[in-house]
Design a protein around this ligand. Structure first.
Ligand SMILES: [Zn+2]
Length: 233
């Protein structure tokens, strides 16, 4: 786990050739999959470990227990292009809301060596950004990517969140040093009353009508939009 401030984006001089976009079969397989098939146990575990480490910064006063992370797919069965889900445990006072899309292949052009941008190990209380890295088997990361992974690959998961908005992303480096941004998330607290106003009839982001009211927030299962009141001053 590393923490630090964002560094300016600078070309590194590494050139990665363009890859082919995912084929129809890959796209159809992705659409038919449910959230649990796309987000394998090793990835869920890496995300929850990140939440546990970063929780004191993202939501001061809260801690996440060392329990198995439970995943709920929110739009399973709809053959959607994005998968939305909620990751939590039986007793945790917070949860992670996620939205993942079929990982896009890296495009042409210069890329930074992401490992050079990591700060010092350890989570500092003054950190603006927290980054966690984990190496997993190709079977764990494969479903997140548009491209096939060689069996001998040892992909890296790079999970990063900004403290100010308690939101972040997960990217996969299949082994060529280039990150594929595959998932966005936010860490929400469950220990406070939800919105006072009425549940919206339509999602303000995607306009679907399935916005759900949970005890501590409203959430759209189609796109992952959520509304949680800010903490009282
Ligand atoms: Zn929506």
């Amino acid at each position: 786990m590393r923490s630090g401030s964002r560094a300016p984006q600078e070309p590194s001089g590494i050139f990665v050739p363009a890859r082919r976009p995912p084929g129809t079969a890959t796209i159809n397989r992705w659409r038919r999959a449910n959230c649990g098939e796309v987000l394998r146990p090793g990835v869920r575990s890496a995300l929850w470990d990140f939440v546990r480490e970063a929780a004191p910064l993202l939501h001061p006063g809260l801690t996440a227990p060392a329990e198995p992370a439970l995943l709920s797919g929110l739009n399973d069965g709809r053959d959607a292009d994005v998968k939305t889900g909620m990751l939590g445990t039986d007793t945790a006072p917070l949860c992670l809301i996620l939205r993942t899309h079929l990982g896009t292949a890296a495009g042409p052009g210069p890329h930074r060596r992401w490992r050079e941008t990591l700060g010092r190990p350890g989570v500092r209380t003054s950190a603006a950004v927290v980054t966690g890295i984990e190496q997993v088997n190709p079977q764990e990361a494969g479903p997140l990517l548009a491209e096939p992974l060689p069996a001998q690959a040892r992909p890296w998961l790079v999970i990063s969140a900004t403290v100010a908005d308690r939101a972040g992303s997960l990217s996969v480096d299949p082994g060529d040093g280039v990150l594929r941004h595959v998932l966005d998330f936010a860490v929400l607290r469950l220990d406070r009353p939800g919105p006072l106003r009425d549940r919206p009839s339509h999602c303000p982001h995607c306009d679907q009508t399935r916005v759900r009211r949970y005890s501590a927030f409203d959430l759209c299962p189609d796109c992952g939009w959520f509304d949680q009141p800010a903490a009282a001053p």
